[in-house]
Design a protein around this ligand. Structure first.
Ligand code: KIV
Length: 299
């Protein structure tokens, strides 16, 4: 039985209609907001599936949210593939995008295609995402698309290269950098990307670029003019410690609930309230007598 609040607008057909690229484009054409969320394992994928989201991103943010790294830079491809496989096992309806980690696609087109293939063949992803709109990223996006794998672009704040960008901060706040981001978005679109993420850019900049975009644009800290929104699972549910970025809206405080639950369990164990009789297994009296007899040492 579903435990979802009845006031939530969860599509009734959420589990029967798999998301496809034509359906995504149709949503953009109709002006229907597109919902994307990250997921990194089976429970988060099941939550996304049951909530009826359109796109799931197995983001490299999983390096930080579930693997405990300080940034997304150091995570290995094989680590993300494990997370992508677990995510895949939890999904049937949303379109699954696997995030190519830093260092797994920049070196050559061949490296990029090989990595993208692994996400598709080994983890069952429908598409991949790569960061950046410079010459290298655009060339890699084009090569992967030509190899037959849909690619999502990502411009603005690109965490894999945040050191070069001067830190985790909004991008495109000057005319010059705003124009650069617009050109990057257009170059990725021209390279064949099926969609693109705008991260942490002024809402007004996103609104200026939108009329030029024929592919669905998913925003995270890019204001309301874009075609859809994405948030990190752990941010929106409050599973991560610390303050999130300005664009994060918290819809739950699950970490507090998790701590409270574990603390209550610990308290029950220490006070001998757990386990109770209802948590144990019984044994037939006759069997127990026989058992005791067998265990009694001979005198
Ligand atoms: O890895 C990630 O979570 C992302 C989103 C922020 C778009 O790239």
């Amino acid at each position: 039985m579903s435990t979802l609040p009845t006031t939530l607008n969860v599509p009734a057909d959420a589990s029967s209609l798999p998301m496809t690229l034509p359906r995504l484009l149709e949503k953009k054409r109709l002006g229907e907001p597109i919902v994307m969320v990250t997921a990194y394992d089976h429970p988060s994928a099941r939550a996304a599936e049951r909530a009826g989201v359109d796109l799931v991103l197995m983001g490299d943010s999983g390096a930080m949210t579930v693997l405990g790294y300080d940034s997304t830079v150091t995570v290995e491809l094989d680590e993300l593939l494990v997370l992508a496989r677990a995510t895949r096992r939890g999904l049937t309806t949303p379109f699954l995008v696997g995030d190519l980690p830093f260092g797994s696609y920049e070196i050559s087109d061949e490296q990029a295609i090989t990595t993208a293939m692994r996400f598709v063949k080994e983890a069952g992803c429908d598409a991949v995402k790569l960061e950046g709109g410079g010459e290298t990223s655009v060339a890699r996006a084009r090569a992967i698309v030509r190899a037959g794998i849909p690619v999502m672009g990502h411009v603005g704040l690109t965490p894999q290269t945040s050191t070069a960008l001067g830190g985790y901060k909004a991008q495109g706040r000057t005319a010059q950098t705003g124009v650069r981001i617009a050109h990057e978005a257009l170059a990725l679109q021209e390279a064949g990307c099926f969609s693109i993420v705008f991260e942490a850019i002024p809402s007004a900049l996103a609104a200026e670029i939108m009329p030029l975009m024929t592919i669905p644009v998913i925003g995270i800290g890019a204001g309301p003019a874009v075609d859809g929104q994405v948030l990190v699972f752990h941010d929106l549910l409050g599973i991560r410690e610390g303050l999130g970025a300005r664009f994060v809206k918290r819809y739950a405080h699950l970490l507090d609930e998790m701590v409270a639950g574990v603390a209550a369990y610990a308290d029950d164990v220490r006070e001998r309230r757990y386990p109770g009789p209802e948590h144990g297994y019984s044994i037939d009296e006759a069997e127990l007598r026989e058992l005791r007899a067998a265990l009694t040492p001979p005198v």
